[in-house]
Design a protein around this ligand. Structure first.
Ligand code: SF4
Length: 400
């Protein structure tokens, strides 16, 4: 059992936060990553707060982040900082920040960003969500601090809608990954995915929120696909932010899907959020992280920060489950993923699974990495064919 939350921890949100901004004057903003803006918007809106959503990550944002960050800091930090600057320029005065401890730099992001933004002359309050210490109680406290909402029904509606939207977006994305390489009419799945993003965004009733996943599944069944097509399956693994943000990973899921590859991810924002917010006593199933620790045991004894152990554990899991290949995504200079990259060559050899590592930084051009992906996919397809031929030979020998 986990130790009880200390008094100091319980008070950290209210004590350390700026109380000079009245709740009615607060304009909240948070960093961009994939489409987490949709559920967060629903959450904050239903608690009666004003918010600003910074523009989606782009070359312009990256340029701004690079200009105001120290050299060598990782790419997610630079984009987060740019998101904050853009939001503050548009009137935000309360910034939400996710933080996690460990040997990775994410633990220092908040202080660094705060210092940099203050130096640039911005006045704001930063509300920290320490995801590995904060369970539901502290999360509610942080939302109370910025909204001063006292209505329990508003909290119920905000959290119910927020959670259901997180799950709905992830479900739509999983179905998109499955249908895209098999669709008969090119573009059908993406069109449907975008239609659902809009519906998810516009949904503002608890009951409709709960129906979203079911309706999305039903709608995707209408897409005409070639069920018999031999589609190789590739796991996308690596650093959280690079995995989840299509700007930073240059929309690799789409590129692979259009090459006829089914992409599968083991890291989903909804599942991660559920895992960190749910009291551990209610988590009966083995979590993704626990599974990774188990599968990675031969190569790594303990987590070292970031998604390092997930990368190793999921690669072993992929090999054991006959997944055709693994693409490992990492930002330039990310310490935990540099460690995984080094271990992965051994894992790939011993577990007999093709692995490709792609490193992203502000200089990464699409053309360069497309050539590497194409070569990797060729390798994956050849290996798949070889395995099939072997199996066929085995079958005919048994028949003789
Ligand atoms: S995991 Fe890597 S990229 Fe992500 S915050 Fe940590 S050091 Fe930076």
């Amino acid at each position: 059992m986990k130790a009880k939350i200390s008094e100091e921890q319980l008070n950290r949100y209210s004590k350390n936060m700026d109380n000079t901004i009245a709740a009615k004057d607060r304009v909240i903003a948070w960093p961009r990553m994939g489409r987490i803006d949709i559920p967060l918007k629903a959450l904050v809106h239903n608690l009666g707060a004003k918010y600003i959503i910074p523009p989606a990550n782009s070359n312009e944002a990256l340029e701004l982040g690079v200009k105001n960050s120290i050299e060598g800091i990782c790419l997610p930090y630079k984009l987060n900082l740019a998101n904050y600057i853009m939001a503050l320029e548009n009137g935000a005065n309360t910034l939400m920040m996710f933080q996690a401890p460990g040997s990775c730099r994410l633990g220092n992001y908040t202080k660094m960003a705060q210092k940099t933004l203050k130096k640039m002359g911005y006045e704001f309050d930063m509300v920290i969500f320490d995801m590995y210490q904060s369970k539901m109680k502290q999360t509610l406290q942080a939302f109370w601090h910025v909204t001063h909402c006292l209505n329990p029904f508003s909290y119920y509606k905000a959290f119910s809608l927020g959670f259901n939207k997180f799950f709905a977006i992830d479900e739509a994305q999983k179905l998109l990954f499955y249908c895209r390489p098999r669709e008969i009419h090119k573009g059908d799945s993406e069109k449907l995915y975008n239609k659902w993003l809009k519906i998810i965004d516009e949904t503002n009733s608890i009951w409709k929120g709960k129906q979203l996943v079911k309706k999305i599944r039903k709608d995707f069944q209408k897409i005409q696909i070639d069920k018999n097509k031999d589609v190789p399956v590739v796991y996308l693994l690596g650093e959280f932010f690079v995995l989840l943000d299509p700007y930073i990973n240059q929309d690799i899921e789409k590129t692979l899907g259009e090459m006829g590859i089914e992409v599968q991810r083991q890291i989903w924002f909804s599942e991660w959020l559920e895992g960190v917010l749910k009291p551990s006593i209610l988590n009966k199933k083995e979590s993704h992280r626990e599974r990774c620790v188990r599968y990675a045991e031969k190569y790594m004894k303990r987590p070292i920060g970031g998604e390092c152990i997930e990368t190793i554990g999921d690669t072993v899991f992929a090999a054991k489950n006959k997944v055709d290949g693994v693409i490992h995504l990492m930002p330039f200079s990310c310490m935990p993923e540099i460690v995984s990259q080094n271990i992965l060559s051994k894992v790939s050899k011993e577990e007999d699974i093709p692995v490709l590592t792609l490193v992203f930084d502000e200089q990464t051009g699409k053309a360069g990495y497309i050539t590497r992906i194409e070569a990797f996919i060729d390798l994956v397809k050849r290996k798949k064919m070889k395995t099939k031929n072997k199996e066929r030979k085995g079958e005919s020998l048994v028949a003789c």
